[in-house]
Design a protein around this ligand. Structure first.
Ligand SMILES: C[S@@+](CC[C@H](N)C(=O)[O-])C[C@H]1O[C@@H](n2cnc3c(N)ncnc32)[C@H](O)[C@@H]1O
Length: 293
């Protein structure tokens, strides 16, 4: 198996470790463990026990391999929205820290057969967990044009949503990511834009995986398992995700559930972005549950 550290460069590692450090005496849950970059950094920095969760069976297989000789790390195949049941199945009912590093891993993005990338030819799949749900091709080839335009606007912030939806419907059926990307490009009528398919692919991925609903449900579930003084750290990669996290943290703070630790989201510095361009859009927010007494 390839070295996992070559397959996905984790973002904002130092900030994650420093923010989570006060939780190291208890169980820390990495709810989107992916290739295990953050998990490993947390364990190396002194976290006593770590539960690494991912919804993608391939990621889970790699995580199991990577940590098979580390008794401090357990691995589970689950959605972070099921954190309560997953803890119970590991004979736990509370966690001291929960990390969610949202979005897609480089492993998923770079593998053509997963269908996440408009730069690689593959089936239009985009499921984090290909053993359930329906592939993005169902939306691409079946959604009525107005609903497609709404989807692109809502989940992709795409200003040319109507033109793209019209073109996608006109060019059906789409059998591959490249066919779809070509169709999207045609809707831009030759006008230059770096990657015209970026927002459409993002929107389809979010809809296919129900990602925004998962964030809301996952944050709510995390708040029920965190111990007094426990911390929740969330890294978002676009404004839709970040807005949900910001609003939920603000609501919790107003309700007296605990305190926001990041008055502004923390971003990667120039040198990290130079080394890892994916870090450019990362926004980290952290929340601490009310302590005892
Ligand atoms: C940005 S990657 C995380 C990378 C990881 N922090 C690392 O260092 O390798 C996001 C991961 O979240 C996973 N994921 C997405 N939705 C999920 C969900 N609802 N529950 C659990 N994992 C999820 C994806 O499969 C992907 O592996």
């Amino acid at each position: 198996m390839n070295d996992p550290s070559n397959l996905h460069e984790p973002v904002l590692v130092q900030t994650v470790v420093e923010t989570m450090a006060p939780c190291f005496h208890g169980l820390v849950v990495d709810g989107t463990a992916g290739l295990g970059g953050h998990t490993e950094a947390l364990v190396n920095a002194g976290a006593h026990r770590l539960l690494a969760i991912d919804i993608d069976p391939e990621a889970v297989q790699r995580l199991s391999e990577r940590f098979k000789e580390n008794p401090r790390v357990s691995v589970a195949h689950a959605s972070y929205t099921e954190i309560c049941a997953t803890l119970r199945s590991h004979q736990q009912d509370h966690a001291q820290g929960v990390l969610l590093d949202l979005g897609v891993s480089s492993l998923q993005l770079n593998k053509a057969s997963r269908g996440f990338s408009f730069q690689r030819d593959g089936p239009i799949d985009m499921r984090f967990n290909a053993t359930g749900g329906r592939p993005a091709a169902d939306l691409v080839n079946r959604l009525p044009e107005p609903a497609m335009a709404d989807l692109l606007r809502e989940f992709g912030d795409e200003r040319r949503a109507r033109a793209i939806a019209r073109q996608i419907v006109r060019d059906r059926p789409h059998r591959s990511t490249m066919e779809l990307a070509t169709s999207i490009r045609a809707a831009f009528g030759g006008r230059t834009r770096i990657n015209p398919a970026t927002r459409t692919f993002q929107a389809l991925r979010i809809a296919t995986n129900g990602e925004l609903q998962a964030i809301e449900n996952g944050l709510s579930a995390a708040s029920t398992v965190l111990s007094a003084g426990g911390r929740l750290v969330v890294i978002a990669f676009h404004s839709l995700e970040d807005r949900i996290v910001k609003n939920i943290f603000r609501t919790w703070a107003r309700e007296g559930v605990g305190q926001i630790l990041t008055s502004r989201p923390i971003q990667a510095n120039v040198s990290e972005v130079r080394k890892n361009p994916r870090a450019r859009s990362a926004r980290l927010r952290a929340f601490e549950m009310l302590g005892e007494g």
